[in-house]
Design a binder for this molecule. Structure first.
Ligand SMILES: *[C@@H]1O[C@H](CO)[C@@H](O)[C@H](O)[C@H]1NC(C)=O
Length: 493
């Protein structure tokens, strides 16, 4: 069969010409990727919960939620608020920590002076996850009542909503959140291996124990804790993928044979073809395949060959011009998936494109896609285009990263950013008193530098309005993979 390599600016008459023109157009040289990298990491300081350290750079935020865990007799202070609210959701927090770690593992060498800040962002997550897993066979998976919180528009520093503590245990299992927590601890143990060996060992040992709990006591936390976690971070996709994902990170971190065998034994989990191009806090499929393929492409782990085939399939399914019901491109060239907060898909899928491109380059391989094929250079280019779209190369010529570029979202759906800071307005602002700031047409008073919002709709339109939370809310798991992407492009503009 004739194969033509999809290398830009190639001859691609069979495909959707308009999208191809946009996607394969030359990269503009105008972006300061290092500045964007610095800001993408700074954002995590704005999401910090608990007692802030003296070196906190985002100064309009102050201490908050200093008694989290007290009602359960444990210390659960610290960690991250997931988005524009004041809840600590363990599932996306763990996923965020895993992806920040992966960003550092693959692209930390491209971060220059920002590496130390990226490592701090991981540690803010892992310090909390260690607290949440102190008691064997228990994982504290959420602090705060989402209904109570979402009913108010309050600064984290003023918060007086319910701080209910939710946990999973042997009788109320949650292999999804526990599997992701194990993945986060194992991935972070690699980040700290040479920087802080004692901390790294602590992380790895805890990951081993949490994974064992997740695997031995199987179930979905959205069954055990339905009314608390659904519909917010309900595990729709099931827990099998998180178990495999946890095992993959444990294998990478520990090189223990038991995890290799576990992965090979459970590969069947990924046979569900329709989720091949999903990767996010709920669904790990494409991430598992790309992560494990690294060992096939950069080493000689033939026993994982099926994962590489799956990863190839994933790559083919996200190429522009190849019609696929689950991944579309907007007229302006942005990856678009249904379901809200689209930018999470843009950054996580672009991260996988870039990571896989590096592994392929190392192995001097390309991806065969039917009658055509994708080169590492093409994958890199596609990821680069997505990053440039985020930074301002789009029909509205607006950056979707707050504080980057001349035009960026001014009315993000974020309580702390939209209310006056405690420095400016020390008096308490109550639950309903915040509404007038929520409804105000004015820009947010506090710039949450580096926050990337949910982004435009599938027609490249963006309302810049707080009530449109799917478009205007930032989340930690949008930024976590972007940190790796920006690191790479700051070193290879
Ligand atoms: C996107 O938003 C714009 C402006 O609100 C609207 O006109 C357009 O119909 C929306 N597109 C889709 C596909 O929803």
């Amino acid at each position: 069969m004739a194969r033509s390599t999809l290398s830009f600016p190639g001859n691609v008459p069979a495909f959707h010409a308009l999208i191809f023109l946009v996607l394969l157009s030359p990269i503009s040289a105008g972006h300061d990727y290092h500045d964007a990298l610095r800001k993408s990491i700074l954002f995590f300081e704005g999401q910090r919960s608990g007692k802030l350290p003296p070196d906190q750079r985002l100064r309009w935020r102050h201490d908050s939620a200093l008694h989290d865990g007290a009602t359960a007799g444990v210390d659960l202070t610290g960690g991250y608020y997931d988005a524009g609210d004041n809840i600590k959701f363990g599932f996306p927090m763990a996923f965020t920590t895993t992806l920040l770690s992966w960003s550092i593992i693959d692209f930390g060498r491209n971060m220059g002076p920002e590496l130390k800040n990226a490592v701090k962002a991981v540690k803010w997550g892992t310090d909390y996850l260690l607290k949440a897993t102190t008691i064997p066979d228990v994982v504290f998976v959420q602090v705060g009542d989402a209904y109570s919180d979402h009913n108010c528009w309050e600064r984290p520093e003023d918060m007086d909503t319910l701080r209910t503590v939710y946990k999973i245990d042997k009788n109320h299992p949650g292999s999804d959140v526990a599997g992701e927590t194990a993945a986060a601890l194992a991935a972070a143990s690699i980040v700290f291996r040479s920087r802080d060996p004692a901390y790294s060992r602590l992380l790895l040992n805890r990951a081993v124990r949490v994974f064992e709990f997740a695997d031995r006591h199987r179930g979905a936390y959205s069954t055990s804790l339905r009314s608390a976690v659904c519909p917010f971070y309900c595990d729709v996709n099931g827990y099998q993928d998180e178990l495999l994902w946890g095992a993959a990170w444990l294998h990478k971190a520990s090189r223990r044979r038991q995890y290799r065998e576990y992965i090979v034994r459970n590969e069947v989990v990924l046979r569900a073809g329709d989720t091949i191009n999903e990767f996010g806090w709920d669904n790990k499929h494409a991430g598992i395949n790309v992560l494990i393929s690294k060992e096939v492409l950069m080493g000689k782990a033939e026993y994982f060959e099926s994962f590489r085939q799956n990863a190839d399939g994933f790559i083919c399914s996200v190429l522009p011009g190849i019609s696929h019901p689950q991944v579309q491109y907007s007229p302006g060239g942005l990856i678009f998936k249904a379901g809200g907060s689209n930018m999470q898909h843009v950054t996580s899928l672009s991260f996988l494109l870039l990571a896989y491109s590096s592994y392929l380059s190392h192995a001097e391989k390309i991806v065969p896609c039917g009658e055509t094929s994708a080169s590492p250079a093409l994958l890199k280019h596609l990821a680069h285009r997505q990053v440039d779209y985020i930074l301002g190369d789009n029909p509205l010529q607006m950056s979707y990263m707050v504080g980057y570029g001349a035009r960026y979202p001014r009315r993000i759906h974020h309580r702390g950013s939209s209310l006056p800071s405690v420095q400016v307005h020390p008096a308490h602002i109550g639950c309903k008193a915040g509404s007038r700031f929520y409804l105000s047409p004015n820009p947010n008073p506090n710039v949450l530098v580096g926050a990337v919002v949910g982004g435009p709709n599938s027609s490249d339109a963006f309302p810049d309005s707080r009530p449109f939370f799917q478009e205007s809310e930032p989340t930690t798991y949008i930024n976590a993979p972007l940190v790796g992407l920006l690191a790479y492009f700051s070193a290879h503009p």
